[in-house]
Design a protein around this ligand. Structure first.
Ligand SMILES: C[S@@+](CC[C@H](N)C(=O)[O-])C[C@H]1O[C@@H](n2cnc3c(N)ncnc32)[C@H](O)[C@@H]1O
Length: 327
C-alpha cells in the first residue's frame, strides 16, 4: 500500500467512514482516517502500523499458547457449539478419504486429529502454537490416537515449503487458520492447493461474520455502533476496528469464502454453516443422545446448507477440490 504523508489530527470522538477496498474486494478503513481517534494522539508511523490489518503470526501463536487446553473445550458451551462439533465431525468423515495421507493445519489439541485417526488416516499435524502441539501430543497419548500421527510441525499455513508439491490427499484446516492470516489468505490457500495431489480435497472452516455476531450479540452491542459498523464493513476484528481486542481475526461472509477458493482454481466447492437454528441457544434446551437431539441435528444438516442460512453459524465450513488434471 502506498504510504501517504498525512497530518495526525487531535483525538476526536466520532470515527470517519472512509473506506479502502482490499485486494479480495472486502473493505477496510482508510489508514489515514483513524490515526488519532482510537487511541489518542500518536506518531503518524505508529498509527499507520497499528491500523493496517496485517497478519501477526507471533500474536496468534501467543494467543493460543495462553489459551492452552480451553481450545479443546470450545465446542462444549452452547447448543450451537455442540451442533458445530457434530457438523464439523461429519464434514471430516464425508470429505476426507479413508486411509488417506492428511495434513492437518491448526490442529490445536486434536479434536479432529482423533476423527482423522478414526478414518485410518496417516496424519501430519501442524500448528503455529508450540503449546497446542504439545497438547495435541498429550491428547493423542491419553486417548489412543498417537499411532496415526506421522509427524508434528510448528508451522504457518502461509508457508508449507517444507512439504513438496502434491504431498497429501487432503488438507484439513478447521477452526480458523484462514481467518487469522488476514491479508495473507491468498498465499495460505495457494500453499494448501500446492501440497494437495490433483483430485485432493481441502476442508477448512473459518469464523463467520453474521454467525459470530449472533452468537456474541451482547458483546457486539457493547461495542457501540461505530465499531460494529467497522467490523461489518471490513469483516476484520483487530485493534483498528475494535480497540483493545485481543483476538484478531477476519470474519468471512459465505460468498467471500467461496470467491477465495474459486480464485485459486479449486472446484466442487461447497460452503455451509456450522450451526444455524441453535446458534447461541443454551445447551440445556436439548441433551445429546436424545430423540430431540437427533431431530435437531437433522434439521441443522438441512438448514446449514440452505443459501439463506449459510452465514448463520459461528463458522463457515468449506470443502473444495484441486482439479484432477491440474498442474
Ligand atoms: C480454534 S483452534 C482450532 C483447533 C482445532 N482445529 C479445532 O477445530 O478444534 C485454531 C488453531 O489454529 C492454529 N493456527 C492459527 N493460525 C494458524 C496459522 N496461520 N497456521 C497454522 N496454525 C494456525 C492455532 O494455533 C490454533 O491451535
Amino acid at each position: 500500500m502506498p504510504i501517504v504523508l498525512i497530518h495526525c489530527k487531535p483525538p476526536r470522538v466520532r470515527r470517519s467512514r472512509r473506506r479502502m477496498i482490499n485486494g479480495d474486494g472486502s473493505v477496510r478503513c482508510a489508514p489515514e482516517v483513524d490515526c488519532s481517534c482510537l487511541h489518542g494522539p500518536r506518531t503518524r508511523l505508529a498509527a499507520l502500523v497499528d491500523q493496517v490489518p496485517t497478519y501477526d503470526p507471533a500474536g496468534v501463536a501467543a494467543y493460543y499458547d495462553r489459551l492452552g487446553d480451553a481450545a479443546w473445550n470450545r465446542f462444549d458451551q452452547t447448543l450451537g457449539d455442540r451442533i458445530s462439533l457434530a457438523l464439523h465431525t461429519e464434514a471430516v468423515e464425508r470429505a476426507v478419504p479413508h486411509a488417506s495421507r492428511v495434513l492437518e493445519i491448526g490442529a490445536g489439541p486434536g479434536r479432529f486429529t482423533e476423527v482423522l485417526h478414526g478414518l485410518g488416516c496417516r496424519i501430519t499435524v501442524g500448528d503455529l502454537s508450540a503449546t497446542q502441539l504439545d497438547l495435541n501430543r498429550q491428547h493423542a497419548d491419553a486417548r489412543g490416537f498417537a499411532a496415526s500421527i506421522e509427524a508434528r510441525h510448528q508451522l504457518d499455513i502461509c508457508d508449507l515449503s517444507r512439504f513438496g508439491e502434491a504431498s497429501f490427499d487432503a488438507v484439513v484446516a478447521l477452526g480458523g487458520p484462514l481467518s487469522y492470516v488476514f491479508d495473507q489468505r491468498d498465499r495460505a490457500v495457494a500453499e494448501c492447493r500446492r501440497v494437495l495431489r490433483p483430485g485432493g480435497v481441502l476442508l477448512a472452516s473459518v469464523m463467520s461474520l453474521w454467525g459470530a455476531a449472533h452468537r456474541h450479540l451482547s458483546d457486539v452491542l457493547a461495542l457501540g455502533s461505530a465499531a460494529s459498523d467497522d467490523v461489518v464493513h471490513s469483516g476484520d476484528v483487530n485493534t483498528m476496528t475494535v480497540p483493545g481486542s485481543t483476538h484478531p481475526c477476519h470474519r468471512f461472509r459465505a460468498n467471500e469464502l467461496r470467491d477465495l477458493l474459486e480464485r485459486h482454481n479449486l472446484t466442487d466447492i461447497e460452503v455451509s454453516a456450522s450451526s444455524a437454528l441453535s446458534t447461541g441457544i443454551p445447551a440445556s434446551l436439548v441433551a445429546p443422545g436424545t430423540q430431540q437431539w437427533t431431530t435437531l441435528l437433522a434439521l441443522e444438516r438441512a438448514a446449514c446448507a440452505e443459501p439463506g442460512y449459510r452465514d448463520a453459524g459461528t463458522h463457515l465450513i468449506a470443502v473444495a477440490r484441486r482439479p484432477s488434471a491440474s498442474t
